[in-house]
Design a protein around this ligand. Structure first.
Ligand code: ING
Length: 320
């Protein structure tokens, strides 16, 4: 018996700074309606899907900054999306900026939730890998201040039951870090959902900037293949408040093959029928982690943050 599911990447074009949450939610509802018409069971929306990508600006005024965050979801603006999805029996991943006060301290995370077709929130994730800077950088057309506006995620990389399989989440820059997929791979993940906002000028080096699309696909295809999992990557894209961001939303199989991809830089529903059993043959042969991985040789992965000195040769290697 195969576990086939119809899924979608609900790509969004630019969200203007002046666009209200109600206006944005109307766009999400239109994508949901299109998904319903196509028999879609699960939708991945982008990172920070309710507002413009605000880390591109330095903001001193805390009230202005707070205006881009949500408290507990669903708030009043997002409620219609949750209601319509439940009525349609469609589950979804939604990226948003999370703000709350804990022990008198304001906490801010770049977060995402997964809602089951039943309407129940079954997964919560906070972005671990924050790119960019904490302080504004000189000579940049746009800032990238995620290290200023968010804390690194403190929930690890959870995997949970949804769609009759094992589902996990990443957010944007996480997709470039193999450890992130592997922690979920070690929980037998079968579908990784992620949203991204990827400015084409982020690296500040043109030879790298021109490869943004290649690096996007490379990262997600590698993560999918090396963990024998499906990956849905959904962009918020286009020229958003002057900043041009990558589109290329795509759905990738455990084989690493791209099975569906966006062709516009606007709101676009990218759909595919995926078989959650497709990763099984990989996990039973050369990616059978229990048979082939050797964690005793990987200690440096958790002992070191940055690259450092070479390790001394192991005794008895014959070269000491
Ligand atoms: N954005 C970008 C991303 O990881 C970036 C930052 C762009 C990093 C291009 C490297 C190259 O896709 C977010 N929001 O993480």
């Amino acid at each position: 018996m195969s576990r086939k599911r119809v899924v979608a990447a609900a790509q969004m074009g630019p969200i203007a700074r002046s666009e209200s949450r109600e206006q944005v939610v109307r766009r999400l509802l239109a994508l949901l309606a299109e998904a319903k018409g196509k028999g879609v069971e699960f939708i991945t929306f982008p990172e920070l899907a309710l507002t413009t990508f605000f880390p591109r600006w330095m903001m001193e005024d805390e009230a202005e900054l707070d205006s881009f965050y949500e408290g507990k979801l669903p708030g009043p603006a997002a409620a219609p999306l949750f209601e319509a999805a439940k009525a349609a029996g469609i589950g979804f991943y939604l990226g948003y900026a999370e703000r709350f006060v804990e022990a008198g301290r304001v906490r801010r995370f770049n977060a995402a939730i997964t809602v089951a077709p039943s309407g129940e929130i079954v997964g919560k994730y906070r972005k671990v890998h924050l790119p960019g800077h904490a302080e504004p950088q000189p000579d940049r057309a746009f800032q990238h201040l995620e290290k200023r506006y968010f804390e690194p995620g403190d929930l690890g990389f959870p995997v949970f039951e949804a769609l009759g399989g094992r589902v996990g989440m990443l957010i944007c820059n996480d997709r470039r870090w193999p450890e992130a997929y592997r922690v979920m791979g070690l929980q037998d993940v079968e579908l990784v959902c992620l949203g991204y906002n990827t400015p084409l000028d982020h690296a500040g080096h043109e030879p790298i900037n021109v490869l943004t699309g290649f690096h996007n696909a490379l990262s997600m295809q590698a993560g999918a293949y090396q963990n024998a999992s499906w990956v849905i990557g959904t962009a918020k894209c286009g020229r958003e408040e002057g900043s041009l961001m990558l589109a290329d939303s795509m759905i990738i199989a455990p084989s690493g093959e791209i099975v569906a991809k966006a062709t516009t830089m606007e709101d676009e529903l990218v759909t595919a029928t995926i078989d959650l059993d497709m990763g099984r043959p990989y996990k039973e042969t050369f990616f059978d982690f229990a048979r082939h991985r050797e964690p005793a040789s990987y200690r440096l992965l958790t002992e070191r943050k940055g690259a450092g000195d070479m390790l001394p040769p192991v005794r008895g290697a014959g070269i000491d």
